[in-house]
Write a protein that binds this ligand. Structure first.
Ligand code: 9YT
Length: 134
């Protein structure tokens, strides 16, 4: 069994701060753990408004606190996000995420992230990235 704690992990290099200033993410479970998915606790900062397109990954995102919306760009639909909302990017959907209040999200990625990924210019993660050494 593997047991990890968020407050402890936040003090390590598992905490990744996005250079674009929109979010930070503590990556609690990664590819090296060999579970077939990764699991992160992500903070989307208040007033963040940015586009993503996970061409190489599927992602599910569960809102634990805060408030915002996610817009799918293919159809222009805006979905409100409040605590309890789960959005599932099952079609590699190009989307915009907006936070009206800082949001805490639990995120699952398939395939799992290596560790150090930040978005490329298309808002995707590359399949190869540096791992986090403990
Ligand atoms: C909700 C979302 O996709 N935020 C971007 C960061 C990502 N969840 C991550 O890398 O943990």
């Amino acid at each position: 069994m593997i047991v990890r704690n968020l407050s402890e992990a936040e003090k390590t290099n598992r905490r990744i701060v996005s250079p674009d200033g929109n979010w930070e993410s503590t990556r609690l479970l990664l590819k090296d753990d060999e579970m077939g998915f990764s699991f992160h606790i992500t903070t989307i900062y208040e007033n963040a408004d940015f586009q993503m397109h996970y061409q190489n990954h599927l992602e599910s995102v569960y809102c634990m606190s805060g408030e915002g919306e996610v817009e799918t760009l293919a159809d222009g639909k805006k979905h409100p996000i409040t605590p309890g909302t789960l959005y599932i990017l099952d079609k590699h959907d190009k989307h915009v995420l907006r936070a009206t209040k800082e949001m805490k999200m639990a995120c699952v990625f398939n395939p799992p992230l290596n560790g150090k990924e930040v978005h490329n210019k298309e808002g995707a993660y590359e399949l190869s990235a540096e791992t986090i050494a403990e």
